[in-house]
Design a protein around this ligand. Structure first.
Ligand SMILES: *Cc1c(COP(=O)(O)O)cnc(C)c1O
Length: 360
């Protein structure tokens, strides 16, 4: 028998969450951001689920774009970090990939390489994130240079927000963007999930929802995924493979980090950090056992973790455990572990079997 751990991905939830993004930005087209193997949910699985309704897909690995084209996905595709070399630039022409352009070498390649067809270019402006992009003041000159490049079909102006999910918001960055871009009369793409849901003024020609498509709240400190109308696309579950009874003073796990203060029933779950569960999740991280909410105890090991089933007397070996998903938002586990749902989703390990929720 295989280990009882598994991930189930719900393509219908992914599609519904995409439509939720579209409803929040009804006049915009939306890139479904499926980078990093669709945030750990499976690239082709998610792309196929959303294909009937999606305007396009965004990612950054050229092998992922090739996989989509090989699977017959004919939609617009956008490469979020652009070409890494000249071969990528030529591949973009062959496969009709839109390219982000964030540095001069990428422009030079568009001017000098010979492409099968002109491609869509997304000119990335750095308005305050300070990772990628040109100073907004250079936009005018760069646009005219790009318009003169024979491999460039159209130019869209793009930026990315650093704080769309917190109290700082997007006002400063959007003002810098608009000051440089208003007069250029080109399409815009600025909003990630948090901006789509919080700032309607950021819904320009193209929006770029990512985490919300997977049912994670882009701003868990402000709003739960459920309150935002998002459904979990990933359900991560396992089972109890042992039960221990601790007397007061006894400890569980490496380092003896949890010491029982009362007689405690401990459930041992077949899930550890080698499955993608965060090792730094402390005692008290929420977990569901037999449908009841309880908490983890002690350190997470490579293949196992412990939880408190003292108050779930019917929980025995074989009891169902939900690590996150339906009934336990990944955002709550992430908050307890000091991280974000994005990281939990992306960290699901190769050894965990993934299946797909059947349509009801
Ligand atoms: C990942 C990414 C997004 C999606 O961000 P979410 O917070 O997941 O919605 C949008 N734009 C760019 C450039 C990205 O890299």
């Amino acid at each position: 028998m295989p280990r009882p751990i598994r991930v189930t991905v719900d393509p219908a939830a992914f599609r519904a969450n995409y439509l939720r993004a579209k409803a929040a930005a009804p006049a915009s087209r939306a890139w479904a951001v499926i980078k990093a193997d669709a945030y750990g949910h499976g690239l082709l699985r998610c792309a196929k689920a959303a294909a009937p309704v999606a305007d396009g897909f965004a990612m950054l690995d050229f092998a992922e774009a090739e996989a989509l084209r090989a699977a017959g996905i004919d939609h617009p595709l956008l490469m979020l970090e652009g070409a890494f070399d000249a071969a990528d630039t030529r591949l973009a022409g062959r496969l009709r990939l839109g390219l982000t352009v964030h540095d001069r070498e990428q422009i030079r390649m568009l001017e000098t390489e010979s492409l099968d067809q002109p491609i869509e270019v997304f000119l990335k402006l750095n308005t305050g994130m300070n990772r990628l992009g040109f100073a907004p003041e250079q936009a005018l000159a760069l646009v005219s240079r790009l318009k003169g490049a024979r491999n460039v079909a159209n130019v869209t102006l793009m930026t990315h927000f650093a704080r769309a999910d917190d109290e700082a918001g997007i006002a400063t960055q959007l003002a810098r963007f608009d000051a440089a871009c208003d007069s250029l009369n080109l399409p815009h793409s600025v909003a990630n999930s948090a901006a789509i849901l919080r700032f309607p003024e950021a819904a320009r020609d193209w929006v770029r929802p990512g985490i919300m498509l997977y049912g994670g709240s882009p701003m868990p400190a402000l709003a739960s995924a459920e309150s935002l109308g998002l459904r979990p696309a990933m359900h991560f579950e396992s089972r109890l493979i042992a039960v221990q009874s601790l007397s007061p003073g006894e400890a569980v796990g490496y380092g003896g980090r949890f010491v029982a203060e009362r007689p405690t029933r401990v459930g041992i779950v077949a899930c550890g950090y080698a499955d993608g569960y965060p090792r730094h999740a402390p005692t008290g991280t929420p977990i569901l056992v037999a449908g009841r909410r309880t908490q983890t105890l002690g350190r997470v090991s490579m293949d196992m973790l412990a939880c408190d089933i003292t108050d779930i007397p019917d929980a025995a070996v074989g009891a169902e455990v939900v690590l996150w998903g339906r009934g336990l938002p990944a955002d709550e586990v992430a908050a307890a572990a000091g991280t974000i749902s994005y990281e939990l989703f992306c960290a699901i390990a190769k050894r965990v079997p993934v299946s797909v929720t059947e349509a009801p």
